[in-house]
Design a protein around this ligand. Structure first.
Ligand code: ADP
Length: 385
């Protein structure tokens, strides 16, 4: 087998946000030459590779031109031109995750159909072309409230999701293709990050638990152990393996789950790339999720997912009332502590709830690590100047 190390092959990364920046850091440890395409000349990746290009990720021509010089192309965000990914694949560029998978995951409606076609447990749902048909169904009593409305495309971090309690709640929703789900009674939210390479090898990280900000609908803390019953964790791991195989996936895949109050596991959604729920493995596991993604897309042996400690990740988001050039307060207090790590994404501008960095805490037990997370959560503040 000829080694791909010691060649000058370029890895193209579509998207230059924090996930891209951490992928660059992992690539820098090896002899991998990453190029990045992003519309924002100030994005986190812009300063960290000499092969940085400015371009619209949904402009098929721009993506084709960028990818044509690469041996392998990957993504750090799903919102990219599928047409261009498919063209690049036809031209012999290795495109991972596969364009078909990105197309499916861009659309929450297609994700739901994939789950039901493969007998994978997910909440009940109905697809709608627009808001009028849904309003009509609610008015006629064919659809009961409360319900969960989700835009099929473009939503993230709770944007594009709305829990509708009253018919008037439908009036403020945009008229876009959507899906409606039954409101699940959630005991806890779990995630599993896994990877599969082109040879079909699979690695699964231990299941993590997620705590959400009550208003922003955004993950505040991710922790390990997850706190869920081991039998439920086992179900999550088995479902994750089935999904990786069912998608014929290559690369990292993060899957979010609900553990319901009546003891069931339901799949919520997935992302075909490194993910917020996997950051804690950067410090807690033998192989980070970023190195794992590289191993998977370059068809290398997958890394070890072994974790020996309890871990927590705290998202550092822009403080309310602060918009403009960023200024971090309290970082030194984290650096002074053993078992505490900080990652700052290098975004120049902050605004309320924008993800600007994260903390990772390690300790001996879930209780201890959560206490540390809660203590440090307010120590670091993301302000504007
Ligand atoms: P996003 O893509 O923005 O992360 P999700 O589909 O994950 O959107 O939904 C965001 C959050 O909304 C979930 O983490 C969960 O807390 C809540 N949620 C989503 N779907 C349901 C549901 N069917 N029932 C109850 N809560 C839900």
């Amino acid at each position: 087998m000829t080694s791909r190390f010691g060649t000058s092959e370029t890895l193209g990364i579509l998207g230059g946000g924090q996930l891209g920046k951490m992928l660059l850091a992992a690539a820098a440890r090896w002899d991998v030459h990453p190029a990045v395409l992003d519309p924002d000349p100030e994005c986190p990746c812009s300063k960290w590779t000499s092969l940085f290009e400015v371009g619209d990720l949904n402009d098929a021509e721009a993506v084709r031109a960028f990818g044509a010089g690469c041996a392998t192309v990957t993504i750090e965000i799903e919102g990219v031109s599928i047409e261009a990914l498919a063209d690049l694949e036809r031209q012999g560029v290795k495109v991972y995750p596969r364009p078909e998978t990105v197309r499916l995951i861009q659309d929450k409606g297609l994700q739901k159909e994939f789950f039901s076609q493969n007998q994978l447990p997910t909440s009940e749902y109905v697809l709608y072309d627009g808001i009028e048909a849904l309003r009509e169904d609610v008015a006629q009593g064919r659809r009961k409230l409360p319900l969960v409305w989700k835009s099929r495309k473009g939503g993230y971090d709770g944007r594009g999701v709305s829990i509708v309690q009253q018919p008037e709640g439908l009036n403020v929703l945009p008229d876009v293709p959507c899906l409606v789900e039954s409101l699940v009674s959630i005991e806890r939210e779990l995630a599993c990050v896994g990877a599969r390479n082109a040879d079909g090898d699979i690695a699964l990280y231990p299941v993590v638990g997620m705590e959400f900000h009550p208003e922003a609908n955004q993950v505040e803390i991710v922790h390990l152990p997850s706190g869920a019953d081991p039998a439920l964790e086992q179900q999550v791991l088995e479902l994750s393996r089935q999904i990786l195989e069912g998608l014929n996936h290559v690369g990292l895949l993060a899957i979010e789950f609900f553990a319901t109050r009546d003891g069931r596991i339901l799949i919520n959604e997935m992302a075909p790339r490194p993910h917020n729920s996997g950051h804690l493995f950067n410090e807690a596991a033998e192989c980070s999720q970023f190195e794992m993604h590289l191993r998977a897309i370059l068809n290398l042996p997958l890394g070890s997912t072994r974790v020996d400690k309890a871990a927590a990740m705290v998202n550092l988001v822009g403080a309310e009332g602060h918009s403009g050039p960023v200024h971090y307060v309290g970082v030194e207090a984290v650096l002074a502590e053993a078992g505490a790590y900080i990652e700052l994404y290098g975004k120049t501008q902050t605004h309320p709830f924008r993800k600007m960095g994260h903390l990772i805490l390690l300790d001996d037990s879930l209780q201890a690590v959560l206490a540390k997370a809660r203590r440090f959560q307010h120590t670091v503040q993301v302000h504007s100047r």
